[in-house]
Design a protein around this ligand. Structure first.
Ligand code: SF4
Length: 369
């Protein structure tokens, strides 16, 4: 199991060392809207090594997709703005300060993104072959024929049968699962070093979901690409990733190896997410849910942003913003005051309650229901 790389503030302005491919440092993305400024991503830092998979999870509105779009520099500025102190290092280059024409050359070639809804991401008036071949020609400067051959090869790589025929089809002639395969084929066509997949299976039914995830895994193993997988599905995270980041209201609230975070969660928010996963064992019992809703970005709680929803909150949570505390020995970090000496008693209660919540689900009798 690999170690989560925590960004060291002393490395500011310098490229990351070792085999780190993507190094995000204190990233802050804001949106100016009529009612004020929304901090969509509020000071997050993480790293991804070459060939590894990082999962980013959280409820809607937690800042996952904005993080991805900021890294890809796909946001309109304005209304979005990125804090000038933020840094994103990709393959040894700082890309937030990069000229847009240089960035465009990088995007699609070395870093590619797979979007949630392929029907809105693919152009309906061009065949899928046209769309893949155009990207290949743009980045690899090859002939039309070579680009079309590459498009057919990419479709074959993602398991689309009769690729020579399929390249001539339009997106509306394909099923949802097939279109998502086309999106993956397009992302892979230039053999990128980084693939960012934003909820790539959410719009698909479960059997196709499993096929697409399996496909992403096998293609990643074959090409050695790093994968940043954005999802709200902790089952997908358990299957796919090496390390995981849990986001809430634009902040990282927990990060660590997938094993640590899923089996030993250290914030009440992550515990709540895990407890709310429906399962066969919980059949007939009450589904647990995190009470309340994500707060409005215009009215965030003054200290811990999870405090109004947290069953373990006390005075300190309302007055002092928690930092990301190191917990355990495997690089796991938790933004929660339970990891201060004052919170020790509450931490034990929270861990015990979490164990009970998971086990209660498993022991619910189902006879006669
Ligand atoms: Fe709950 Fe306090 Fe931890 Fe926030 S800091 S998650 S309110 S215990």
């Amino acid at each position: 199991m690999t170690e989560v790389v925590a960004t060291d503030i002393s490395t500011r302005g310098a490229p990351p060392v070792g085999d780190v491919l993507l190094d995000v440092r204190n990233l802050k993305t804001y949106f100016k809207v009529l009612d004020g400024v929304v901090p969509a991503v509020d000071g997050i830092s993480f790293s991804l090594r070459r060939g590894q998979t990082l999962g980013i999870v959280g409820e809607s509105g937690s800042g996952k997709s904005v993080t991805a779009l900021t890294i890809m520099r796909l946001l309109d500025i304005p209304p979005a703005s990125i804090d000038p102190e933020s840094e994103v290092w990709f393959d040894g280059q700082e890309i937030l300060s990069m000229k847009m024409d240089v960035m465009r050359k990088l995007r699609g070639k070395d870093m590619a993104m797979i979007f949630q809804e392929p029907l809105t991401s693919l152009n309906p008036v061009f065949t899928v072959g046209d769309q893949i071949a155009e990207q290949v020609k743009l980045h690899l400067r090859v002939s039309n024929k070579a680009a079309w051959d590459r498009a057919a090869e990419s479709l074959q790589l993602v398991g689309i049968p009769s690729p020579e025929r399929r390249v001539k089809q339009y997106p509306h002639e394909m099923s949802g699962g097939m279109r998502q395969r086309v999106m993956i084929a397009m992302a892979l066509s230039c053999e990128p070093k980084l693939i960012i997949a934003d909820e790539p299976t959410t719009a698909l039914d479960v059997t196709i979901q499993a096929q697409i995830l399996e496909l992403l895994k096998s293609v990643q193993q074959r090409t050695g690409s790093a994968l940043m997988l954005i999802t709200h599905d902790l089952g997908v995270v358990a299957e796919m990733v090496d390390n995981v980041i849990v986001m809430y209201t634009g902040e990282v609230v927990e990060q660590g190896t997938v094993l640590d975070v899923l089996t030993e969660p250290r914030t009440p928010y992550t515990m709540g997410l895990l407890e709310s996963i429906p399962s066969v064992e919980k059949r007939g019992g009450r589904l647990s849910a995190i009470k309340g809703v994500v707060p409005s970005p215009f009215n965030l709680p003054p200290a811990c942003r999870f405090e109004p929803r947290c069953p373990y909150a006390w005075d300190r949570c309302h007055s002092v913003a928690p930092q990301l505390y190191s917990v355990g020995t495997g690089g796991q970090r938790s933004r929660c005051h339970l990891h201060t000496p004052e919170g020790a008693g509450r931490l034990s209660a929270a861990l015990e309650q979490h164990r009970v919540a998971l086990n209660v689900g498993r022991s619910v009798p189902t006879e006669g229901r």
